[in-house]
Design a protein around this ligand. Structure first.
Ligand code: SAH
Length: 393
């Protein structure tokens, strides 16, 4: 098979690969000449030699192989990647006709069967992020395929963003110019300033777009509290949706500066609203003491569970957060509670919103949402279903 190394999988790993799970853990490799060099292309077979897929090897990760294709006999080359990108980009073209929304995810890694590679579009700018040394190796080899496919979409500037935790991101320009400090995009017609240089992820949390629109649709005439507000996405949709007053709470003052710039861009005077630089838990405790209430409370915290071990602690944190949110909810109010932790599944998350957790039987679950269609996931890959957005009233 063209010099490709063959790895024999355990029965369980072969079955999971066949069902479309994109990861092979190192313990799933039964036999084979590994460790192999990082980025090596491998052919995955069952113990009886039946091929189940083709992937990229990473010796330093517990995910030993990311599966790129079920077509075991075709190389992971420029042509393969081009086909995948054309398919993924074609879907987005259908989803985002017109110019009401100009920021969205063009490629969602495993969900688009291009493991470890994420591409977000901000108008004519694309920001690439790579997860894992395997993706780095492939992207290094096949950069031209990405750049060509993006150019065909009208993307003029392509940069790879590298960000170690806590460090200022750096950019490797693949095409055109380095990203400007900020850019104005539109989300369902609402303009947003995105901090491309210092912002989180690739600049914005594009996965909450439809949930932000939902909040905008529920906000008319309401007093809104947006906890963990970051760049004010939920806040601005609420204000544009007719909220009488919006309070945004985030520890990061820089995020509020971006949010206020977005308010001004959208023609909403930020001085008519509150931007509190505070810890959300402390803010809620204080508000509760003062008997302050809001008609609509949105809670979208960072992941509380970075790994499986922290799951129990995360559930307790969600529970106390949700209880505190309920305490500042006006009678007849609506609570929108989100979780972006892949280690907390939907049922467990809902368990932190039950009557006992909230301390009252007043609220029912009205809607439960996940990420939008530009963030596809795989049926066989529960680890990919990280985002939950529950609406209770
Ligand atoms: N809702 C946002 C995304 C939220 S990201 C959107 O739609 O775009 C999580 C945010 O929580 C980050 O901005 C981070 O600064 C903030 N944060 C983290 N810990 C916090 C805390 N204890 N109190 C308040 N904000 C916090």
């Amino acid at each position: 098979m063209g010099g490709v190394t063959e790895l024999v999988l355990t029965a369980a790993a072969a079955d999971s690969t066949r069902r479309g799970h994109p990861w092979v853990w190192s313990k799933g490799i039964a036999r084979g000449p590994h460790p192999l060099p990082c980025g090596a292309e491998v052919r995955l077979v069952t113990s009886s030699g039946d091929p189940v897929g083709r992937g990229i090897y990473d010796p330093d990760s517990p995910i030993a192989v990311r599966v790129w294709s079920s077509e075991h006999d075709r190389p992971l080359d420029h042509a393969h990647l081009r086909r995948k990108l054309e398919h993924a980009f074609g879907r987005r073209r259908e989803l985002f006709q017109g110019d009401a929304t100009t920021a969205y995810r063009l490629l969602h890694g495993e969900g688009d069967r291009v493991p470890g590679v994420v591409i977000d579009r901000y108008g004519s700018i694309a920001i690439v992020r790579l997860d894992g040394a395997g993706a780095e190796a492939v992207a290094g080899r096949l950069k031209a395929a990405f750049v060509d496919a993006l150019a065909a979409l009208g993307v003029t500037d392509v940069s790879l963003r590298r960000a170690d935790k806590g460090a200022t991101p750096s950019f490797e320009v693949w095409r055109g110019a380095e990203p400007p400090p900020s850019v104005v995009v539109r989300e369902h017609g609402v303009p947003f300033v995105v901090d491309l240089r210092r912002g989180q992820k690739t600049g914005a949390f594009l996965d909450q777009r439809e949930n932000r629109r939902r909040v905008g649709g529920m906000a008319h005439g309401k007093r809104v509290l947006n906890l963990f507000s970051y760049a004010g996405g939920f806040s601005l949709h609420a204000a544009k949706g007719g909220a009488t007053h919006v309070t945004s709470v985030d520890v990061a003052a820089q995020a509020h500066a971006t949010a206020q710039a977005s308010f001004r861009e959208a023609g909403v005077d930020p001085r008519g609203h509150e931007f509190a630089s505070a810890d959300a838990f402390a803010f809620l405790a204080r508000a509760s003491e003062r008997r302050q209430t809001w008609d609509l409370v949105v809670s979208d915290p960072p992941s509380f569970a970075p790994n499986e071990k922290s799951r129990a602690r995360a559930l307790a944190a969600y529970r106390s957060l949700h209880r505190a949110c309920r305490e500042v909810l006006a009678p007849g109010g609506t609570l929108c509670a989100a979780s972006c932790s892949s280690h907390v599944d939907a049922e467990s998350f809902l368990g932190t919103l039950d009557d006992a957790s909230l301390g009252s039987p007043a609220l029912s679950l009205r809607e439960l949402h996940g990420p939008p269609a530009d963030h596809p996931t795989l049926a066989a890959w529960p680890e990919g279903r990280y985002l939950k957005f529950a609406i209770l009233a």
